[in-house]
Design a protein around this ligand. Structure first.
Ligand SMILES: Nc1ncnc2c1ncn2[C@@H]1O[C@H](COP(=O)(O)OP(=O)(O)O)[C@@H](O)[C@H]1O
Ligand SMILES: [Mg+2]
Length: 481
């Protein structure tokens, strides 16, 4: 970055020709390019096309003086950075101060000392030269900074896009996972249902035949025994004095007790056989799993057969008292549905209710408050039906309510809970029947599950607003209890 006088142009502004001459000569000899102007206005005009690197400016001139010229130079963006050196009389301190305050960089005093003029001019030109070099470096630095900022912004943008892509992928993956889980549940469900269904149907069939022999033979067996006892009576009347052997036999079989007990025994056998027949009927009803199409059925029958299957868990067991089941069935027409699958829903919800009551017994040791399950069925206004199953069990903590329908979610001990009951029930009610499965807390701290389904498949998708209204009324009922 060398400083070369020949590339430097100096404008001298002075109204005294002698001054112009002396200065020009000195500067040209030193190698500078020189231009001159005789007053302020012509200097300003000249500067519109002449590029000066320095201006030597006289103060006292006709027209606008040096101060005004300097002010205008500094006010113009095209010229404001050109260094100005005032030329003033030696003693005129006031003018020097004023000149400097107007933006001049230096002053030289008249009469001129050539060496001093040259020295001051060179210093100023060098300062300007270096400050320009600095400025250009500064400019380069600024450009570099801008370039880096741009690169940074591009990087940020890229990062942002990447993040969005990652988010999208994560969302896609979790949707895929969810549907995979659903599929898994469906698979387990259908696999279980078919094996369970086959098992139940097989047992029901196998038990059905022998129980029918027993049941069918019980009536003739009763009649035969009555006839035989009657015959013995007749013998006793005809031969009051029995032989010793007969008397011994009568005593050894305790005939008087036998005569009284045998009819009772037979009638209790009949009762038992009837129970087994009922159970078989329930099992058959429950396992209507192979149905591939919807059929109109009495859902009360389905609920009752499910309750019968759960009977052993509802009775008093060990330290647990019996669980009371309060049914209040509404007047419902046959409902078009997959009966076996709906029974599975009743089974899951009722089994959960029993679990919840047992849990309360265990954790709160609150055997005083007896377990109670209420089953209410009722038609809704929109040709839908609602089946409410309410328990006074342990209740569902607020923190898990949103998760209970998720596949594999369970709060029960390993081996006891699978976490599939509600998710399967949800699928059956919502997907298979176009219905709804709702759950809320009861005023007693237990839970209520509400199964809502259309009475026939033509009702699916019925005006949901109407349903909303009827459901709100139901909610009010719960709160009003
Ligand atoms: N009636 C109820 N009272 C209290 N909690 C319940 C009830 N029904 C369901 N739950 C909760 O929902 C969870 C999921 O139920 P479910 O899908 O049937 O699976 P599982 O019974 O195998 O745990 C249960 O573990 C339990 O925490
Ligand atoms: Mg369950």
């Amino acid at each position: 970055m060398t400083f070369n006088p020949e590339s430097q142009a100096i404008l001298i502004v002075d109204d005294t020709p002698t001054n112009l001459e002396i200065l020009s000569e000195t500067l040209v000899e030193a190698g500078f390019q020189v231009a001159v102007a005789v007053d302020g206005e012509s200097a300003l005009e000249q500067l519109e096309y002449y590029q000066a690197d320095l201006i030597l400016l006289d103060i006292m001139m006709p027209g606008i003086n040096g101060f005004e010229t300097c002010r205008r130079l500094k006010a113009n963006p095209a010229t404001h950075s050109i260094p100005v050196i005032f030329m003033t009389a030696l003693s005129d301190t006031e003018s020097k101060v004023k000149g400097l305050s107007l933006g001049a960089v230096d002053y030289i005093t008249k009469p001129f000392q050539q060496a001093e003029v040259l020295a001051r001019v060179k210093v100023q030109l060098q300062v300007r030269h270096f400050s320009r070099a600095l400025e250009s470096q500064n400019q380069q630095l600024k450009q570099e900074i801008a370039r880096r900022e741009q690169a940074e912004a591009a990087l940020y943008q890229l990062n942002q896009t990447l993040e969005i892509q990652v988010q999208n992928r994560t969302a896609e993956l979790s949707t895929a996972l969810e549907s995979l889980q659903q599929m898994q549940v469906q698979l387990i469900h259908s696999e279980r249902m078919s094996s369970l269904g086959q098992l139940i149907a097989g047992i029901a069939h196998e038990v059905n035949n022998p129980i029918n022999f027993i049941y069918g033979n019980l009536t003739p067996a009763t009649e035969y025994t009555q006839a035989l006892l009657h015959l013995v009576n007749l013998y006793q009347l005809s031969f009051p004095q029995a032989s010793l052997e007969i008397q011994q036999q009568l005593e050894s079989i305790d005939f008087n007790f036998l005569r009284e007990d045998l009819p009772k025994l037979l009638s209790s056998m009949k009762l038992g056989a009837e129970r087994i027949r009922q159970l078989v009927t329930s099992l058959r009803c429950f396992s209507r799993l192979d149905e591939s199409e919807m059929k109109p059925i009495d859902i009360h029958e389905g609920i009752d057969s499910t309750l019968l299957i759960l009977q052993h868990r509802l009775k008093a067991r060990g330290s647990y008292p019996a669980i009371e089941v309060i049914k209040s069935y509404g007047n419902l027409p046959p409902i078009e549905c997959y009966g076996g699958q709906l029974n599975q829903v009743f089974m899951n919800v009722l089994a959960n209710a029993i679990d919840a009551i047992e849990e309360r017994y265990q954790t709160q040791n609150e055997v005083m408050k007896l377990g109670q399950i209420q089953i209410i069925t009722e038609p809704l206004q929109t040709r839908w039906v609602a089946i409410r199953i309410k328990d006074n069990g342990s209740g569902i903590p607020e923190s898990i309510v949103s998760r209970i329908f998720a596949p594999f979610f369970t709060t029960k001990a390993a081996g006891k809970g699978t976490g599939l009951g509600l998710s399967i029930s949800h699928q059956i009610v919502v997907e298979k029947h176009g219905g709804r499965l709702l759950c809320h807390a009861t005023s007693t701290g237990g839970s209520e599950f509400v199964i809502e389904i259309p009475m026939s498949k033509h009702q699916v998708g019925v005006d949901s607003l109407e349903l909303e209204v009827s459901r709100n009324q139901v909610k009010c009922n719960v709160i009003a209890e």
